[in-house]
Ligand binder design. Structure first.
Ligand code: FAD
Length: 511
């Protein structure tokens, strides 16, 4: 019996040791802080879900999750960490659609930004000012629904709308509108940001401009976006959604580059590469008429790699005649394979929300929450044909494992601002290339190897390729990623988050 008592006492002492001997406030010390009562949770389900993300290749456990109900909850928590010796790490989590634990906070606190979104007051639209004030945890689909009620819309999008405003503004936010309006970070008028010192500041191009530019594309390193003022335009009613198939890469990119140089032409331009012998549709959209699937697949089999130009022209019901004429003129001017033009006419909402159907379909089959070893790159225009030869026509065909959409589309550098944190190539035009793979838990590492092979090929060929939604396992990778702008990134970190508290899952700075 004495034996049992001693062992029990030892277990209790061991369990209590971190609490009683560690005098520095750690996340578990604040559990008893009444400011956070009912908001800070350590339940295994909350902690488990904050440990994973859309990538499903990492599991990084926080000690606790904060479900804030106000901005003050976040400032209080950051201040507490800032005043602690040492500070504890803290990460805003939007919708957790990161790929490699970027929204994780190992041993620290994950701040669930979704819990703060106020259904009534979270999005305020100014019809006269043509902007929307949006809480950082709002999803873009929520912003769209709200602004459309007043006939307005944000102008720059991501392909998928179930991402938070704070999450995409921390990266860039790109899609087929980027060539025209710039990324989402080029369409923010003002923000309220809580810095790593727990101070809240309003910033814009004119006020606290260094903080404003730092946070845009800042990978969560300089502050938590509590509110963003998003630029709006008039919402169109409908979209003419066109696809053209190419077998010649240089014809394909020549057409893409010409189209993005014309300012009064299209509203959306993307492109993709097709190498799979399966059905031409994928989760990003169901598009091709089933009666044409076979001839498209046989075209892929014959040429091994084909390319799809995807463009959209918005219009209102009244201008239907004009848009039809414009589509005809456009198709005549392009060098696609005749007979392989496709056209759809959908509502503006259905076009923007096109990925949702595929998502729900995959969810119903249990194929959404699987590993996603994605690779996203910015490739300078001068190297894109080299990239085609070395990657699409060699690495991808040789490995023969690609499973999922492969995107390739150009954008104009002058729609970005060099003071923003996102790292982009130097050339006037560069391409976004995305390998959006779905894998399973047994084979995802094969895709990861392919990603490494692609990155090595680009590096050996000195292409100046830069990762988008970047991941590096060491700081050396980040130094190369930012190049000459690394010093500015570091200076800003010391200025706004000197204790290295925020978004540690990006793996850039160590406390
Ligand atoms: P999280 O994954 O929750 O967070 C991402 C990072 O931002 C973390 O470092 C986090 O700490 C930080 N963060 C989150 N909220 C805030 C905040 N309020 N303030 C400061 N920092 C914050 N990207 C594109 O550009 N274009 C696309 O078309 C596109 N399509 C996608 C489609 C799918 C299916 C998926 C899964 C991703 C896609 N992405 C796209 C990538 C996406 O933009 C990023 O992964 C984005 O970070 C996800 O937003 P989130 O709200 O889930 O952010």
């Amino acid at each position: 019996q004495i034996h049992l008592i001693v062992i029990t006492a030892l277990i209790i002492i061991t369990l209590l040791t971190p609490i009683t001997t560690n005098t520095s406030p750690q996340p578990w010390n604040i559990l008893s802080n009444e400011n956070f009562a009912g908001k800070l949770t350590t339940t295994s389900s909350s902690v488990e879900s904050a440990a994973t993300d859309f990538g499903h290749v990492t599991k990084i456990f926080p000690s606790a999750v904060l479900n804030p109900s106000s901005v003050e909850d976040i400032t209080d928590l950051i201040k507490l960490s800032f005043d602690s010796q040492p500070s504890f790490p803290l990460a805003a989590r939007g919708h957790g659609h990161s790929l490699r634990g970027q929204a994780a906070a190992k041993g620290g606190v994950v701040v669930n930004m979704r819990s703060m979104v106020n259904r009534d007051r979270g999005i305020k639209v100014s019809r006269t000012g043509l902007y929307a004030d949006v809480e950082g945890g709002c999803l873009w689909i929520e912003v769209l629904n709200k602004t459309l009620e007043l006939g307005l819309t944000p102008v720059s999008w991501t392909d998928y709308l179930y991402l938070t405003v704070g999450g995409t503004l921390s990266n860039g936010g790109i899609s087929g509108q980027t060539f025209l309006y710039g990324p989402q970070i080029s369409n923010v008028l003002e923000m309220d940001v809580i810095t790593g010192k727990g101070e809240i500041a309003t910033c814009s191009k004119d006020v606290n401009s260094d903080l404003y530019f730092a946070v845009l594309g800042g990978l969560g390193q300089f502050g938590i976006i509590a509110r963003a003022r998003i630029n709006l335009g008039l919402a169109p009613k409908r979209a003419k959604w066109l696809r053209f198939l190419y077998i010649d890469f240089s014809e394909f990119t020549r057409d893409q580059e010409r189209l993005i140089s014309e300012s009064d032409g299209l509203d959306f331009l993307e492109g993709s590469v097709m190498v799979d012998h399966g059905p031409p549709d994928n989760w990003r959209s169901t598009y091709y008429p089933p009666s044409d699937h076979l001839r498209i697949v046989s075209m892929v089999k014959r040429h091994r790699v084909i390319y799809c130009l995807e463009v959209v022209k918005y219009y209102d019901q009244t201008s239907q005649y004009t848009v039809n004429e414009e589509v005809e003129e456009l198709s005549e001017s392009l060098n696609y394979v005749r007979g392989f033009m496709y056209e759809k006419d959908v509502t503006y909402m259905d076009f923007l929300n096109r990925v949702r159907t595929g998502e729900l379909n995959l969810k119903s089959k249990g194929q959404w929450d699987v590993p996603h070893p994605w690779l996203n790159l910015f490739v300078p225009k001068s190297h894109i044909s080299n990239f085609d030869y070395g990657v699409f026509k060699d690495i991808i065909l040789r490995n023969n494992i690609t499973s999922g959409p492969v995107l390739v589309y150009p954008m104009n550098r002058n729609k970005w601002n060099d003071r923003m944190s996102t790292s982009i190539p130097k050339e006037d035009v560069f391409y976004a290339v995305g390998f959006l793979r779905s894998a399973n838990f047994d084979n995802w590492e094969n895709y990861e190897k392919e990603n490494m092979e692609i990155l090595k090929f680009c590096e050996d060929a000195k292409m100046g390729v830069i990762q988008y939604l970047p991941y590096y396992s060491s700081q050396e990778g980040w130094v190369r990623h930012f190049g000459p702008r690394w010093n500015i990134f570091v200076e800003r970190k010391y200025r706004y988050d000197p204790n290295m508290i925020l978004s540690p899952g990006q793996n850039i700075f160590q406390q």
